[in-house]
Design a protein around this ligand. Structure first.
Ligand code: MN3
Length: 242
């Protein structure tokens, strides 16, 4: 599937659902299921580039296992968990805003599917650059581009066990970096890190162990070469407009 079609399938640019303003949720994609248990306007998409496209930074076998088994498993399990629940027709972003009251299966699999979708789309084999507006905001919020990079990388390196690293915009339009445990994300009411996700990096061992083994910092450094800044620029603009 070509990238443009993929992005429209996952609903980029779609109408933003009514979400409490304090959550500042940006449904980069969002969906709910209908009474027949089918997703409305959302099918499990193909990876928007070839499995070997992020080589040599992320290897093909890791991409295949990660996408076809881990990611697809989360999609299937999320569907199974939400079907028949009170939140069957609730958009995913709103499920996250009350996830503390919901089952572990909904929290873990919904987070897993959402986070990975952001992750695949904020990577690309094509070179891109942060916009001058984003660079300026990074300078203002972190002090310099290098300080941002160090904070993001440090958050990724020091997340104990499994989790995700984020560049997030908070309710005051401030940018900050941090991490969440397991499959949690900054849209969830259980998260200490709250705001609109702009960039994410998966630091679960399955994301890097085949190629990098215990050398997580090498994986974190390599990630820099495949960031899709065009996508991050779009999320930044969208988050600013909320
Ligand atoms: Mn993963």
């Amino acid at each position: 599937m070509e990238r443009r079609k993929f992005l429209s399938t996952v609903g980029l640019g779609a109408v933003i659902m009514a979400i409490p303003a304090e959550l500042l949720a940006t449904p980069v994609f969002d969906f709910s299921i209908d009474k027949n248990g089918e997703f409305k306007g959302h099918e499990f998409p193909e990876l928007p580039y070839a499995y070997d496209a992020p080589e040599p930074y992320i290897d093909k076998m890791t991409m295949e296992i990660h996408y076809d088994r881990h990611h697809s498993g989360c999609y299937t399990r999320y569907l199974a968990a939400i079907k028949g629940s009170d939140h069957e027709s609730t958009p995913l972003s709103q499920v996250f805003s009350k996830v503390s009251k919901l089952s572990a299966a909904i929290r873990n699999n919904g987070g897993c599917y959402y986070n990975h979708t952001l992750f695949w789309n904020n990577m690309s084999p094509d070179k891109s650059e942060p916009s001058s507006k984003l660079k300026k905001a990074i300078d203002e919020n972190f002090g310099s581009w290098e300080k941002f990079r160090d904070e993001f990388n440090n958050a990724a390196a020091t997340r104990f066990g499994s989790g995700w690293t984020w560049l997030v915009m908070d309710a005051n339009k401030k940018l900050f970096a941090g991490s969440t445990a397991n499959q949690d994300n900054p849209l969830m009411d259980v998260s200490e890190l709250r705001g609109t996700p702009l960039l994410t990096l998966d630091v679960w061992e399955h994301a890097y162990y085949l190629k990098y083994q215990n050398k997580r910092p090498d994986y974190i450094s390599a990630f820099r070469n495949v960031i899709n800044w065009d996508e991050v620029n779009k999320r930044f603009e969208k988050a600013l407009s909320l």
